[in-house]
Design a protein around this ligand. Structure first.
Ligand code: TRP
Ligand code: MN
Length: 451
């Protein structure tokens, strides 16, 4: 039997990937301040997301989880948030229309700041510096001073999350996401491209379908479903002190919720079954995710399901597979089989980004669009073979015209990465590549006979 859980019970377990804050008094003061601040999301919203994800688990909806690798304190503006939302809405429309099932929209946004690192130190020239851990911890400039963890950044991350979420909510409910504006989400640099034209065709079909319904006497004006979306937030629950400070008891049910985001996930580097991250997330009522990489075996996955979702609630647990384009079918199929046979109602999502990262000759960390597509293709084939539902994708993207991932329809080359390489962490798909990806995902699922 598991011991009693409290928001701080994780503290007696080994916590991987926590920064070494030099001044523990300053850290305590920052966390105390945050624990007095209002929650960013409400328990009822987290429950709505869990219900929606329950439909994904049963094969009747699709999860689109997307956004930055790491949000930035510098690159923080209304335009930046709007462009990200735009491309996610475009992808959602493509998927909804092509698959014919609801698409659950979850951003890696409004709190996705902290980064796990493969090593606590990195070498830059002759310097040995503490690694950059995301703007919630330190700054990326290659100096010793910039890399010192600063607890004031926790407070700043809270405020930036609050204003980001405020704008996201306005966009989701205030007219921006209205299906009547389906054409307006196309950015200039996307409009003239083949993906852009394909999207325009689909948008025109949606217009016609709406006109058809109006002609049939359906009142499309007053049906708010056509004019609004539910848009949820998520991030990796890495810094457990910060997550604990935002964990509150729901007055309706008495349950504990991590009110820093609707959904939280555990990364590949912190998913130890005896570790603090699992201990923390097992006790909150939010829907949770866990990344599973190529070293995962079926026994582990079953223990993970048992630890995070003993009550077998559909939508509570999303397993985010990140196997690498070359292994995905072989590595994933035994896991799908084990979970299916044990009867655990999980959402299976594909993260086609993180196991396909490499350093290009130019020195930039990059990902190849074709490999990203090929991991998703293997993911879909694995599900098709096991009779399970390829429930969603988890991708790193930006709405902007960056050059961070090579390939795609505009065939970005290694030599072009330098042009607009803007990410503070991993390479992201740009607006065109993201839209292209949505079309390909829909095709893959349909050609495998799954929709
Ligand atoms: N509310 C519906 C949904 O979220 C329809 C919808 C409205 C929609 N605006 C959208 C779908 C934008 C995708 C993108 O599915
Ligand atoms: Mn990343």
């Amino acid at each position: 039997m598991a011991k009693a859980w409290t928001p701080s019970s994780w503290q007696s377990f080994p916590a991987a990937q926590q920064p070494e804050w030099p001044d523990s008094g300053a850290l305590d003061r920052a966390l105390k301040q945050i624990s007095g601040y209002p929650p960013l999301v409400f328990a009822g919203e987290a429950r709505s997301l869990q219900t929606a994800l329950g439909h994904v688990a049963s094969g009747n909806a699709f999860l689109l989880q997307a956004g930055d690798c790491a949000e930035s304190f510098e690159d923080f503006s209304a335009v930046n948030i709007r462009e990200k939302l735009r491309v996610i809405l475009q992808m959602a429309v493509v998927l909804t229309y092509s698959l014919g099932v609801p698409v659950v929209k979850v951003g890696r946004i409004a709190g996705q700041f902290a980064k796990p690192r493969s090593s606590p130190f990195e070498r830059i020239g002759d310097l040995e510096l503490p690694s950059f851990r995301g703007h919630i911890v330190n700054a990326e400039a290659p100096t010793a001073a910039a890399r010192v963890p600063d607890p004031d950044r926790l407070v700043q991350a809270y405020h930036q999350s609050a204003s980001t979420l405020n704008l996201v909510r306005a966009f989701a409910k205030g007219g921006f996401a209205d299906l009547n504006r389906v054409h307006a989400w196309t950015q200039e640099f996307v409009a003239s491209s083949p993906e852009g034209r394909k999207y325009e065709q689909l948008a025109a079909e949606i217009d016609r379908a709406l006109r058809f319904m109006r002609a049939c006497g359906v009142d499309t004006e007053s049906n708010s479903r056509l004019h609004e979306v539910d848009f949820f937030t998520s991030h990796e629950a890495l810094l457990l002190g910060y997550e604990e400070a935002l964990t509150r008891q729901d007055s309706l049910t008495g349950g504990w919720y991590d009110c820093s985001a609707h959904m939280l996930w555990i990364g590949e580097r912190t998913r130890n079954l005896d570790g603090a991250h699992i201990e923390f997330l097992r006790g909150v009522g939010n829907p949770v995710g866990c990344k599973v990489g190529p070293t995962t075996d079926p026994e582990y996955v079953l223990e993970l399901c048992q630890a995070l979702n003993p009550a077998r609630i559909p939508g509570r647990l999303t397993l985010i597979s990140r196997m690498g384009a070359n292994h995905v079918e072989d590595k994933l199929r035994p896991l799908l089989r084990a979970v299916r046979d044990a009867g655990h109602p999980v959402v299976w999502a594909c993260d086609p980004m993180h196991a396909n990262t490499y350093t290009a000759v130019s020195g930039h960390k990059t990902r190849d669009f074709d490999e990203i597509c090929s991991e998703i293709a293997g993911f879909v084939r694995a599900h098709s073979a096991e009779g399970t539902w390829p429930g969603g994708i988890h991708v790193e993207l930006t709405g902007d015209d960056v050059t961070e991932c090579v390939g795609g329809a505009d065939k970005i080359l290694d030599s072009q990465l330098d042009d607009r390489y803007q990410t503070v962490c991993d390479p992201r798909l740009n607006g065109r590549q993201s839209l292209d990806l949505a079309f390909r995902v829909a095709d893959l699922i349909r050609t495998n006979g799954l929709a």
